[in-house]
Design a protein around this ligand. Structure first.
Ligand SMILES: Nc1nc2c(c(=O)[nH]1)N[C@H]1C(S)=C(S)[C@@H](COP(=O)(O)OP(=O)(O)OC[C@H]3O[C@@H](n4cnc5c(=O)[nH]c(N)nc54)[C@H](O)[C@@H]3O)O[C@H]1N2
Ligand SMILES: Nc1nc2c(c(=O)[nH]1)N[C@H]1C(S)=C(S)[C@@H](COP(=O)(O)OP(=O)(O)OC[C@H]3O[C@@H](n4cnc5c(=O)[nH]c(N)nc54)[C@H](O)[C@@H]3O)O[C@H]1N2
Ligand code: SF4
Ligand SMILES: [Mo]
Length: 723
């Protein structure tokens, strides 16, 4: 097969002439006993295919099928790698992902302009060499949330025995604010409810999330809730069409009538102004004596502080700050006081702000005020992103291990771990940008496109001498920010191809077992085996025999021995018994705080810092993407056919003299997006929305000081008609 020169998109031309693109058997994939790879809601596992933990079946989910679609591709033909990095960078994210599966290790030497395929033995030696020649404190290890508990555990142990706690995961771009806030208020860091509790609640607050696209099966639950007379309150600046009405594919009755109503009440505060709204709700609850005094005095502390704080606020000022009317405030408070069992759920609209932790502490305040945490059918539900992001955190892929896990690893595995505090994701990239990182391992994910301030991110990554990626398909990180240093990319099995079973934890704290076992591409390897092989080469004298960890059961036994609540993992492959992580679900008000009481926290809303930019940009996801993986251009629920679009309020369009469909430029302190197609949308004035990851050329590196999460959803920008 010849590599064809000339013109753009040469690689695609090569592929076309080779006619090699094709799909491998997909029918088996959908029926097999594996956890759904896409979102954190959790589906499949030992119940099979699309069944959930309540045995609800069948419930086809578009996202799950999309996630399979890139895994079941044929391997990328070897000749493609004769192309230069520049050719690869010409491709769109969609084209890169759809070149096929990475079938063999590829390597690029420092300064070279292209990858070449290499053998496994050579690649593993090189991987170990890349870390052996650097000082551990000048390295970091990152994992996305698609990898298994087993791979995550071996990754963090490898890093720590090598000598660094610089171990982080994508939750530092995602739900870290949730973990911080919940630890500070109720003493645990995850959902207090299980899926079944949604079947028993009568009110559901859905704040800063768009599950119609991002957690599709949640919509069935919300429609069921509406049908039994319950209410859904949506709080979101953007009027999401999929949260107004939704046609649930599982429900024939829903499809026939053209969809069901989802939101009973839709509040649209200004972006980033939610705390003003939450404060107003809390103030009215207190003024109306509609708080649960018995619960507050028996199970909480610091209510006095909150009362004092609320007394100093004016309701009308709070409403002016968030742009919600008195009538709507009255409606939401009435819905809440009428409810006997309320659930609060939230997503990235809460966490992607410099006050992300404060936002979530306020949601906790609202729940605690009416005793809605620590009982059946009521509680707190963070809507997690990746299908195993919660598990990756539970088993220790984080910069600071809980003291108990740390000491148990040392005692029970007979090793000594480093004591220095590890760095979170952005801190490691800052270190890289300063030229102080020599080696990095990235298991899954797409750090370049996930990070704010794209040019800066590329530079930070390019400053790392040796980069090791583990992936199923190619993405922009493998071809951007790799020009200067050495880069090695290893092809891994997808979840259903794992040679041995693996486990995953859902956002309801439910641990599933995936059988794996489908052999699509013989030359790819399991993440656990790769890490164990690197461990054996890099740390031959370690107190742990990494080769033993190639047996996933051995890894699970180690996790069960050191992570409290995970004991049932030890024999899950024999018992085939999926389980809830211990001490997480809160069906009684016993909080894991020193005094057993949950805590109220009183923060002011965030004053918007003065800026020359008059608009605030929210970066959002479309129906046709999973993070940086773009499956299709179209965003069906929002009726947008082109990702290079910007959603704007009609008054702003008029003021700029721009008609719907015209092109506009959006500029921040970091960059510019030129020629975005204006789409008239129902969102507050001066607030605009554009798609992530493209919008990361505009986002800034401002972080929430408490969770270190970038403010992806409140970026100061200017908008003008395209020149
Ligand atoms: N199809 C699909 N599914 C996915 C993903 C995907 O990319 N595609 N990604 C996965 C991942 S990793 C994650 S984390 C989740 C993300 O799922 P979501 O949490 O739903 O994430 P987003 O779409 O980024 O943003 C959610 C909503 O926040 C709103 N919002 C923005 N700013 C504010 C604000 O200041 N206040 C309030 N109240 N709302 C605000 C936006 O309008 C948007 O509707 O989805 C997971 N599932
Ligand atoms: N502006 C802006 N930026 C954001 C966000 C936003 O809303 N706005 N959202 C943030 C959020 S919530 C998140 S979670 C991050 C996402 O950040 P990441 O998790 O780092 O990125 P993804 O795009 O999910 O990674 C997709 C890649 O994972 C690899 N992959 C897929 N499956 C597997 C597998 O089974 N094993 C391995 N080893 N690799 C696999 C493939 O290379 C695929 O291209 O982005 C963050 N960045
Ligand atoms: S809702 Fe999430 S976990 Fe369930 S099938 Fe869809 S993508 Fe998978
Ligand atoms: Mo996420």
């Amino acid at each position: 097969m010849a590599v064809v020169g000339g013109g753009t998109k040469k690689i695609l031309y090569t592929l076309k002439t080779a006619a090699q693109i094709g799909l491998l058997d997909s029918a088996r994939a959908l029926g097999a006993k594996n956890t759904c790879k896409a979102c954190g809601l959790g589906m499949g596992g030992q119940r099979g295919g699309m069944t959930n933990e309540l045995d609800e079946f069948p419930s086809v989910c578009n996202k799950s099928i999309q996630a399979q679609s890139t895994d079941i591709q044929r391997p990328i033909p070897e000749a493609i790698f004769q192309h230069s990095l520049e050719d690869f960078r010409d491709l769109t994210a969609h084209e890169l992902e759809h070149l096929g599966r990475l079938g063999q290790p590829i390597y690029k030497a420092a300064g070279d302009d292209r990858y070449r395929t290499v053998g496994w033995d050579w690649a593993l030696d090189r991987a170990a060499h890349g870390f052996a020649k650097c000082a551990p404190e000048r390295s970091f290890f990152y994992s996305s949330g698609r990898s298994s508990n087993e791979a995550g555990f071996v990754l963090q142990l490898l890093a720590r025995l090598y000598g660094t706690n610089n171990v982080s995961n994508c939750s530092y771009y995602c739900h870290q604010a949730t973990s911080e806030a919940l630890a500070n208020t109720i003493g645990t860091g995850t959902s207090t409810i299980e899926l079944e509790d949604i079947s028993g609640c009568d009110l559901f607050f859905l704040v800063g999330a768009n599950p119609a696209s991002n957690h599709p099966r949640l919509l069935h639950k919300l429609i069921e809730l509406r049908r039994r007379g319950g209410k859904v309150v949506v709080i979101n600046p953007l009027k999401e069409p999929g949260l107004v009405r939704f046609a649930a594919p599982k429900m024939a009755s829903s499809l026939i009538k053209g969809g069901d109503e989802v939101a009973s009440l839709y509040l649209q505060p200004f972006a980033g102004a939610d705390i003003a709204l939450f404060s107003a709700i809390a103030k009215v609850l207190v003024e109306r004596n509609a708080v649960d005094e018995t619960f507050i005095s028996a199970h909480t502390r610091d209510f006095g502080l909150l009362q004092q704080h609320l007394a100093g606020l004016q309701t009308s000022e709070l409403l002016a700050e968030c742009g919600v009317s008195h009538a709507q405030l009255h409606e939401v408070v009435t819905a809440y006081t009428d409810s006997k069992a309320t659930i609060f759920a939230w997503g990235m609209g809460m966490t992607h702000h410099c006050h992300g932790v404060n936002n979530i502490e306020w949601l906790c305040n609202l729940a605690l005020l009416r005793g809605m945490v620590g009982r059946r059918n009521a509680g707190l539900l963070p809507l997690r992103g990746h299908s195993n992001v919660q598990g990756i955190g539970t088993i220790g892929v984080k910069p600071v291990l809980p003291e108990q896990v740390f000491s148990r690893i040392e005692e029970r595995l007979g090793v000594t771990l480093p004591r220095e505090e590890g760095k979170h994701t952005m801190a490691s990239l800052e270190q890289a940008h300063a030229g102080d990182v020599d080696a990095a391992l990235m298991m899954g994910g797409n750090l370049y496109e996930a990070t704010p301030d794209s040019d800066w991110a590329a530079q930070a990554l390019d400053n790392i001498d040796f980069k090791l990626y583990m992936t199923t398909t190619l993405n922009r990180s493998h071809v951007t920010g790799v020009a200067a240093g050495e880069s090695l990319v290893l092809p891994v099995c997808a979840r259903d191809e794992e040679p041995e079973p693996t486990t995953q934890e859902s956002m309801f704290n439910y641990v599933r077992l995936s059988d794996g076992g489908i052999n699509r591409i013989a030359s790819v390897r399991s993440e656990v085996a790769i890490l164990a092989d690197i461990g054996a080469r890099l740390l031959p004298d370690a107190a742990i025999d990494f080769s033993e960890f190639k047996q996933h059961r051995k890894v699970r036994q180690a996790i069960a021995a050191v992570v409290p609540g995970m004991e049932a993992l030890a024999d899950i492959d024999v018992a085939r018994q999926e389980f809830y992580v211990g001490n997480r679900l809160l069906h009684t008000p016993r909080f894991q705080m020193a005094d057993g009481r949950a805590r109220f926290v009183a923060h002011k809303g965030q004053a918007t810092p003065a800026s020359a930019h008059l608009f605030t940009l929210l970066s959002i996801r479309s129906e046709g993407q999973f993070n940086s993986i773009i499956y299709e251009e179209e965003d069906s629920y929002r009726g947008i056919s082109d990702r290079w679009s910007v959603l704007m309020n009609v008054a702003d369009l008029l003021e700029l003299g721009v008609a719907e469909g015209d092109l506009v430029d959006v500029q921040s302190d970091n960059g510019i997006m030129k020629g975005l197609r204006a789409k008239c949308f129902d969102l507050p004035p001066r607030c605009i929305a554009a798609y992530y990851p493209e919008a990361n050329c505009l986002t800034t590196r401002a972080l929430d000081p408490r969770s270190h999460t970038p403010q992806f959803k409140s970026v100061p920008v200017s908008v003008s008609a395209a020149r």
